[in-house]
Design a protein around this ligand. Structure first.
Ligand SMILES: [Zn+2]
Length: 141
């Protein structure tokens, strides 16, 4: 069964629509231990066989750090970090912040702590190619 989950940043300018085979209670958030994520505390999620659409009425700010291989998409109005996106073999892949989902009370599993500090750039890109999900960015009309 295909599930649709939707949500947005705090002000609503950047919406997210997730399509996945996972029900909300099966969604396991990841808490990344990098110094950017420790400041924002996003609960990351991706499903390689799912799909994410980001619908924005304001163009998200893009922030890069570290290996400079992913863009963190931040709402310029409310400051919520909504997603991170990268390109992998011509495919746009991403992870998003579950805190943006309207049904966020349904994913009650505790976040799994992850720390990718020791990864080199090649390992990082390979991990994203295997785990991040296809993402499309759209202008809201
Ligand atoms: Zn916002």
């Amino acid at each position: 069964m295909r599930f649709k989950h939707s949500g947005a940043c705090h002000c609503g300018a950047i919406g997210v629509a997730l399509s996945t085979d996972l029900a909300a209670h099966e969604i396991a958030p990841r808490a990344c231990g990098c110094d950017f994520c420790l400041k924002h505390r996003p609960n990351w999620f991706s499903d390689r066989s799912g799909h994410l659409t980001i619908i924005h009425s304001i163009t998200p700010n893009r922030y890069r750090f570290g290996t400079q291989t992913a863009d963190f998409l931040i709402c310029p109005n409310c400051g919520v970090v909504v997603a991170a996106v990268c390109e992998s073999d011509g495919e746009a892949l991403g992870v998003f912040n579950l805190n943006c989902l309207e049904a966020n009370h349904d994913w009650s599993q505790r976040a799994v702590s992850v720390d990718f500090d020791g990864e080199d750039t090649g390992d990082r890109l390979a991990r994203r190619a295997a785990n991040w999900m296809p993402v499309a960015l759209k202008d809201a009309d």
